[in-house]
Design a protein. Structure first.
Length: 298
Protein backbone atom coordinates (compact mmCIF):
# COMPACT_ATOMS: atom_id res chain seq x y z
CA UNK A 1 0.00 0.00 0.00
CA UNK A 2 1.14 3.57 -0.53
CA UNK A 3 2.43 5.33 2.55
CA UNK A 4 0.25 7.84 4.43
CA UNK A 5 0.81 11.52 3.78
CA UNK A 6 2.19 14.00 6.32
CA UNK A 7 -0.09 16.84 5.19
CA UNK A 8 -3.43 16.44 7.05
CA UNK A 9 -5.37 18.69 4.65
CA UNK A 10 -4.20 16.64 1.70
CA UNK A 11 -4.89 13.42 3.58
CA UNK A 12 -8.57 14.36 3.85
CA UNK A 13 -8.92 13.58 0.14
CA UNK A 14 -7.09 10.28 0.21
CA UNK A 15 -9.09 7.14 -0.52
CA UNK A 16 -8.50 3.63 0.67
CA UNK A 17 -6.28 2.20 -2.07
CA UNK A 18 -7.40 -0.75 -4.14
CA UNK A 19 -6.14 -4.06 -2.73
CA UNK A 20 -2.91 -5.25 -4.31
CA UNK A 21 -4.80 -8.43 -5.20
CA UNK A 22 -6.81 -6.42 -7.77
CA UNK A 23 -3.98 -4.26 -9.09
CA UNK A 24 -1.17 -6.78 -9.32
CA UNK A 25 -2.65 -8.98 -12.12
CA UNK A 26 -3.11 -5.92 -14.35
CA UNK A 27 0.45 -4.79 -13.70
CA UNK A 28 1.92 -8.25 -14.28
CA UNK A 29 0.00 -8.68 -17.53
CA UNK A 30 1.37 -5.35 -18.74
CA UNK A 31 4.90 -6.34 -17.75
CA UNK A 32 4.59 -9.70 -19.52
CA UNK A 33 3.43 -7.91 -22.67
CA UNK A 34 6.40 -5.52 -22.55
CA UNK A 35 9.08 -8.03 -21.59
CA UNK A 36 8.06 -10.31 -24.44
CA UNK A 37 9.91 -13.57 -25.03
CA UNK A 38 13.41 -12.60 -23.88
CA UNK A 39 13.02 -9.88 -21.27
CA UNK A 40 14.61 -6.44 -21.46
CA UNK A 41 17.61 -7.12 -23.67
CA UNK A 42 18.67 -3.45 -23.58
CA UNK A 43 18.95 -3.33 -19.79
CA UNK A 44 20.63 -6.73 -19.69
CA UNK A 45 23.20 -5.66 -22.29
CA UNK A 46 24.00 -2.19 -20.96
CA UNK A 47 23.74 -2.40 -17.17
CA UNK A 48 26.04 -4.58 -15.05
CA UNK A 49 24.24 -7.03 -12.75
CA UNK A 50 23.72 -5.81 -9.20
CA UNK A 51 23.84 -2.06 -9.90
CA UNK A 52 21.37 -0.09 -7.76
CA UNK A 53 19.63 3.06 -8.93
CA UNK A 54 17.73 5.86 -7.20
CA UNK A 55 15.07 7.82 -9.08
CA UNK A 56 11.99 9.99 -8.67
CA UNK A 57 8.56 9.93 -10.28
CA UNK A 58 7.79 13.58 -11.03
CA UNK A 59 4.87 15.38 -12.66
CA UNK A 60 5.76 17.34 -15.80
CA UNK A 61 2.40 19.12 -15.67
CA UNK A 62 0.08 19.90 -12.74
CA UNK A 63 -2.64 17.37 -12.05
CA UNK A 64 -4.50 15.06 -9.67
CA UNK A 65 -2.60 11.86 -8.87
CA UNK A 66 -3.90 8.29 -9.13
CA UNK A 67 -2.19 4.97 -9.69
CA UNK A 68 0.98 5.07 -7.59
CA UNK A 69 0.38 1.48 -6.49
CA UNK A 70 0.68 0.46 -10.14
CA UNK A 71 4.15 1.95 -10.27
CA UNK A 72 5.13 0.40 -6.95
CA UNK A 73 3.93 -3.07 -7.93
CA UNK A 74 5.55 -2.91 -11.38
CA UNK A 75 8.94 -2.29 -9.79
CA UNK A 76 8.38 -4.77 -6.96
CA UNK A 77 7.48 -7.51 -9.45
CA UNK A 78 11.00 -7.29 -10.92
CA UNK A 79 12.81 -6.34 -7.70
CA UNK A 80 11.08 -7.42 -4.48
CA UNK A 81 13.77 -5.60 -2.48
CA UNK A 82 12.97 -2.19 -4.02
CA UNK A 83 12.12 0.73 -1.75
CA UNK A 84 9.21 2.97 -2.81
CA UNK A 85 8.45 6.13 -0.79
CA UNK A 86 5.35 8.17 -1.64
CA UNK A 87 5.70 11.94 -1.44
CA UNK A 88 2.42 13.04 -3.06
CA UNK A 89 -0.21 10.32 -2.93
CA UNK A 90 -3.30 9.29 -4.84
CA UNK A 91 -6.02 11.93 -4.58
CA UNK A 92 -3.56 14.77 -4.10
CA UNK A 93 -2.78 17.60 -6.50
CA UNK A 94 0.76 17.76 -7.84
CA UNK A 95 2.32 20.94 -9.19
CA UNK A 96 4.48 20.85 -12.30
CA UNK A 97 7.76 19.37 -11.16
CA UNK A 98 6.20 17.88 -8.05
CA UNK A 99 7.81 14.67 -6.82
CA UNK A 100 5.24 11.89 -6.43
CA UNK A 101 7.49 9.13 -5.19
CA UNK A 102 11.13 8.23 -4.67
CA UNK A 103 12.38 4.75 -5.51
CA UNK A 104 15.60 2.82 -5.00
CA UNK A 105 15.92 -0.50 -6.81
CA UNK A 106 18.04 -2.77 -8.96
CA UNK A 107 18.83 -0.69 -12.04
CA UNK A 108 17.88 -3.37 -14.55
CA UNK A 109 14.56 -4.00 -12.81
CA UNK A 110 13.74 -0.31 -12.46
CA UNK A 111 14.36 0.50 -16.12
CA UNK A 112 12.51 -2.61 -17.28
CA UNK A 113 9.47 -1.64 -15.21
CA UNK A 114 9.63 2.08 -16.06
CA UNK A 115 7.30 2.16 -19.06
CA UNK A 116 4.56 0.01 -17.52
CA UNK A 117 4.72 2.08 -14.34
CA UNK A 118 4.48 5.36 -16.24
CA UNK A 119 1.79 4.14 -18.65
CA UNK A 120 -0.56 3.17 -15.84
CA UNK A 121 0.32 6.07 -13.54
CA UNK A 122 -0.07 8.63 -16.32
CA UNK A 123 -3.33 7.10 -17.59
CA UNK A 124 -4.97 6.98 -14.17
CA UNK A 125 -3.71 10.41 -13.14
CA UNK A 126 -5.11 11.81 -16.38
CA UNK A 127 -8.53 10.42 -15.52
CA UNK A 128 -8.30 11.78 -11.97
CA UNK A 129 -7.23 15.19 -13.31
CA UNK A 130 -10.08 15.44 -15.81
CA UNK A 131 -12.59 14.27 -13.21
CA UNK A 132 -11.33 16.88 -10.75
CA UNK A 133 -11.87 19.56 -13.41
CA UNK A 134 -15.46 18.42 -13.97
CA UNK A 135 -16.13 18.18 -10.23
CA UNK A 136 -14.78 21.68 -9.63
CA UNK A 137 -16.97 23.06 -12.42
CA UNK A 138 -20.14 22.01 -10.55
CA UNK A 139 -18.97 22.80 -7.01
CA UNK A 140 -21.84 24.08 -4.89
CA UNK A 141 -24.54 23.24 -7.45
CA UNK A 142 -25.74 20.15 -5.57
CA UNK A 143 -25.03 17.58 -8.30
CA UNK A 144 -22.25 15.02 -8.50
CA UNK A 145 -20.36 13.80 -11.53
CA UNK A 146 -20.09 10.08 -12.25
CA UNK A 147 -18.31 7.88 -14.76
CA UNK A 148 -19.86 5.18 -16.95
CA UNK A 149 -18.89 1.72 -18.25
CA UNK A 150 -16.95 3.36 -21.12
CA UNK A 151 -13.65 2.18 -19.71
CA UNK A 152 -10.56 0.53 -21.16
CA UNK A 153 -11.09 -3.27 -21.23
CA UNK A 154 -9.20 -4.82 -18.34
CA UNK A 155 -8.69 -1.51 -16.53
CA UNK A 156 -12.20 -0.81 -15.23
CA UNK A 157 -11.46 -1.19 -11.51
CA UNK A 158 -8.38 1.03 -11.83
CA UNK A 159 -10.09 3.68 -13.95
CA UNK A 160 -13.11 3.86 -11.66
CA UNK A 161 -10.74 4.21 -8.72
CA UNK A 162 -9.07 7.11 -10.57
CA UNK A 163 -12.47 8.79 -10.95
CA UNK A 164 -12.90 8.61 -7.18
CA UNK A 165 -9.43 10.10 -6.74
CA UNK A 166 -10.64 13.00 -8.88
CA UNK A 167 -13.67 13.67 -6.70
CA UNK A 168 -16.24 11.89 -8.83
CA UNK A 169 -18.43 8.93 -7.97
CA UNK A 170 -18.88 5.60 -9.70
CA UNK A 171 -21.81 4.36 -11.75
CA UNK A 172 -22.33 0.59 -11.85
CA UNK A 173 -19.21 -1.48 -12.38
CA UNK A 174 -20.75 -3.99 -14.75
CA UNK A 175 -23.92 -5.56 -16.02
CA UNK A 176 -24.43 -7.52 -12.81
CA UNK A 177 -24.60 -4.91 -10.03
CA UNK A 178 -27.66 -2.84 -11.03
CA UNK A 179 -30.50 -2.95 -13.55
CA UNK A 180 -30.23 -0.19 -16.14
CA UNK A 181 -33.05 -0.27 -18.70
CA UNK A 182 -31.98 1.56 -21.86
CA UNK A 183 -33.86 2.47 -25.01
CA UNK A 184 -33.17 -0.85 -26.71
CA UNK A 185 -34.42 -2.78 -23.67
CA UNK A 186 -37.59 -0.69 -23.70
CA UNK A 187 -38.10 -1.41 -27.39
CA UNK A 188 -37.54 -5.13 -26.87
CA UNK A 189 -40.00 -5.23 -23.97
CA UNK A 190 -42.69 -3.22 -25.72
CA UNK A 191 -42.62 -0.09 -23.59
CA UNK A 192 -41.56 1.52 -20.32
CA UNK A 193 -44.30 -0.09 -18.24
CA UNK A 194 -43.61 -3.68 -19.31
CA UNK A 195 -39.85 -3.17 -18.96
CA UNK A 196 -40.18 -1.82 -15.43
CA UNK A 197 -42.65 -4.52 -14.50
CA UNK A 198 -40.26 -7.28 -15.54
CA UNK A 199 -37.31 -5.56 -13.86
CA UNK A 200 -39.24 -5.10 -10.62
CA UNK A 201 -40.22 -8.77 -10.59
CA UNK A 202 -36.64 -9.93 -11.16
CA UNK A 203 -34.71 -7.54 -8.91
CA UNK A 204 -33.46 -8.66 -5.53
CA UNK A 205 -34.08 -6.46 -2.52
CA UNK A 206 -30.60 -4.89 -2.81
CA UNK A 207 -30.66 -4.33 -6.57
CA UNK A 208 -31.52 -0.83 -7.75
CA UNK A 209 -33.40 -0.16 -10.97
CA UNK A 210 -32.64 2.71 -13.35
CA UNK A 211 -34.43 3.51 -16.59
CA UNK A 212 -33.35 5.78 -19.42
CA UNK A 213 -35.92 8.15 -20.91
CA UNK A 214 -35.65 10.41 -23.95
CA UNK A 215 -38.69 12.64 -23.43
CA UNK A 216 -40.77 14.19 -20.69
CA UNK A 217 -43.65 11.94 -21.73
CA UNK A 218 -41.50 8.88 -21.02
CA UNK A 219 -40.49 10.41 -17.69
CA UNK A 220 -44.17 10.73 -16.82
CA UNK A 221 -44.65 7.03 -17.61
CA UNK A 222 -41.76 6.10 -15.33
CA UNK A 223 -43.09 8.33 -12.53
CA UNK A 224 -46.57 6.83 -12.91
CA UNK A 225 -45.06 3.38 -12.45
CA UNK A 226 -43.15 4.66 -9.41
CA UNK A 227 -46.36 5.90 -7.81
CA UNK A 228 -47.86 2.42 -8.07
CA UNK A 229 -44.78 0.29 -7.43
CA UNK A 230 -42.06 2.36 -5.74
CA UNK A 231 -39.71 1.79 -8.67
CA UNK A 232 -37.52 2.83 -10.52
CA UNK A 233 -34.92 4.20 -8.14
CA UNK A 234 -33.19 6.33 -10.78
CA UNK A 235 -34.28 7.91 -14.05
CA UNK A 236 -31.63 8.80 -16.62
CA UNK A 237 -32.56 11.86 -18.66
CA UNK A 238 -30.81 11.28 -21.96
CA UNK A 239 -29.87 14.34 -24.03
CA UNK A 240 -32.54 16.56 -22.43
CA UNK A 241 -32.44 20.30 -23.09
CA UNK A 242 -31.86 22.57 -20.11
CA UNK A 243 -35.52 23.59 -20.12
CA UNK A 244 -36.65 19.96 -20.12
CA UNK A 245 -34.22 19.11 -17.34
CA UNK A 246 -35.76 21.84 -15.20
CA UNK A 247 -39.24 20.54 -15.94
CA UNK A 248 -38.13 17.00 -15.15
CA UNK A 249 -36.86 18.11 -11.74
CA UNK A 250 -40.21 19.78 -11.01
CA UNK A 251 -42.21 16.74 -12.12
CA UNK A 252 -40.09 14.22 -10.22
CA UNK A 253 -40.36 16.17 -6.95
CA UNK A 254 -37.39 14.25 -5.52
CA UNK A 255 -39.27 10.95 -5.75
CA UNK A 256 -36.45 9.40 -7.78
CA UNK A 257 -32.81 10.20 -8.38
CA UNK A 258 -32.43 12.09 -11.64
CA UNK A 259 -29.33 11.50 -13.74
CA UNK A 260 -28.50 13.77 -16.67
CA UNK A 261 -26.55 12.11 -19.46
CA UNK A 262 -25.50 12.61 -23.06
CA UNK A 263 -22.92 14.94 -24.55
CA UNK A 264 -21.72 16.35 -21.25
CA UNK A 265 -18.81 18.77 -21.65
CA UNK A 266 -16.96 21.21 -19.43
CA UNK A 267 -18.80 24.00 -21.23
CA UNK A 268 -22.25 22.59 -20.41
CA UNK A 269 -21.91 20.76 -17.10
CA UNK A 270 -22.39 23.76 -14.82
CA UNK A 271 -25.66 24.78 -16.44
CA UNK A 272 -26.86 21.18 -16.31
CA UNK A 273 -26.01 20.92 -12.61
CA UNK A 274 -27.93 24.12 -11.88
CA UNK A 275 -31.16 22.61 -13.25
CA UNK A 276 -31.42 20.60 -10.02
CA UNK A 277 -30.53 17.10 -11.25
CA UNK A 278 -28.80 14.83 -8.74
CA UNK A 279 -26.13 13.15 -10.86
CA UNK A 280 -24.40 13.92 -14.15
CA UNK A 281 -22.80 10.99 -15.96
CA UNK A 282 -20.03 11.40 -18.48
CA UNK A 283 -18.18 8.72 -20.41
CA UNK A 284 -15.53 11.31 -21.26
CA UNK A 285 -14.04 10.99 -17.78
CA UNK A 286 -12.55 7.66 -18.79
CA UNK A 287 -12.65 7.40 -22.58
CA UNK A 288 -11.32 10.87 -23.39
CA UNK A 289 -9.01 11.81 -20.53
CA UNK A 290 -5.55 12.92 -21.72
CA UNK A 291 -2.63 11.20 -20.03
CA UNK A 292 -0.93 13.27 -17.34
CA UNK A 293 2.73 13.68 -18.27
CA UNK A 294 4.80 12.03 -15.56
CA UNK A 295 8.47 11.10 -15.83
CA UNK A 296 11.02 8.97 -14.02
CA UNK A 297 14.08 11.09 -13.22
CA UNK A 298 17.27 9.29 -12.29
Amino acid sequence: MTAPMDNPRAAERLLAPLPDLLVDPVVRAALAEDLGRAGDITAAACIPAGVRMAARFAARNPGRIAGLDCARLAIAALDPTARFAVKLGDGQDAPAGGVLAEVEADARALLSAERVALNLLGRLSGIATLTATYAKAIEGAGARVTCTRKTTPGLRALEKYAVRCGGGINHRYGLDDAILIKDNHIAACGGIGPALQRAKAAAGHLVKIEIEVDTLAQLDEALEFWEANGSPDVVMLDNFSLDDLRLAVIRAKRKVVLEASGGITLDTIRAIAETGVDVISSGALTHSAPVLDIGLDV
